[in-house]
Design a protein around this ligand. Sequence first.
Ligand code: NDP
Length: 254
Amino acid sequence: MLKEISLEGKTALITGGATGIGYAIAEQMYDAGADVVIAGRRAEVLKEAADRLGERCRWYPFDVTRTEEYDRLLDAIEEKGPVDILVNNAGINIKKDYFDFTPEEFDRIVATQAKAPFLLSQAVAARMKERKSGGSILFISSLASILGMHEIQAYTVCKSGVKGLARSLARDLGPYGIRVNSLNPGFVYTDMLAKTNVKTPERLKEIEERTPMRGFTQTKDLGMAAAFLASDAARFITGIDLVVDGGISSSFLI
Ligand code: NDP
């Protein structure tokens, strides 16, 4: 096996790591040898996920919008060793007509999907810089940063934002050995997608047929891509948006 793909000896912090894409990322990183730390708001969901993952997984009930508590969280995690990999995965979405969107709803999406990834990355990168260890930071972008999508404008602002932020931070953190990339999932059938985007069998079929590889991106596809990007096999990859969408965004189907 390619030895650089191993994450042995590294610790990965994955926000929203108990469910959906975040869980699959935690699972693949765990399988690649990393110690994983998952954080989210629901303790029972985290505990269940951590039990499934195994003894190298720790969990912290934590709301990523509580930006003033990042140092407390990181101090607690880093008692057992430094965070080498950060995956800013926690997310929410609200799908509704643009003209009905309220400032409060906009702020709610931005707090979770843009402000938290910005400031948590800053807190983690400051520690990586201080100890001169290097590291890897990942954001989760979206097809909404490539294609105009129906009724998810606030989400689109954030996802386009973190994609750009990955490039900008790759520029500024590269000299410290910190790589920053975004992962772009395509359509993945998780709780979030079921709630916001794909509510009818017809819509499901439409998406499947619109995808050159047919079907949906599987959470494991993202997990594997994230584990690769975080590993030394990707040691010179920074500032990219890795699209895992079965070809939707690169093709025109009629
Ligand atoms: P899920 O709803 O399964 O996952 C979202 C996770 O984020 C949950 O574990 C949730 O846990 C956590 N979370 C939400 N808000 C907070 C918060 N304030 N603090 C801490 N944790 C929080 O959906 P997905 O797996 O689909 O989403 C994961 C990421 O992938 C999101 O960023 C999403 O935008 C992105 N994405 C998803 C796509 C898809 O097709 N599914 C496509 C493109 C991007 P809890 O509620 O316990 O806090």
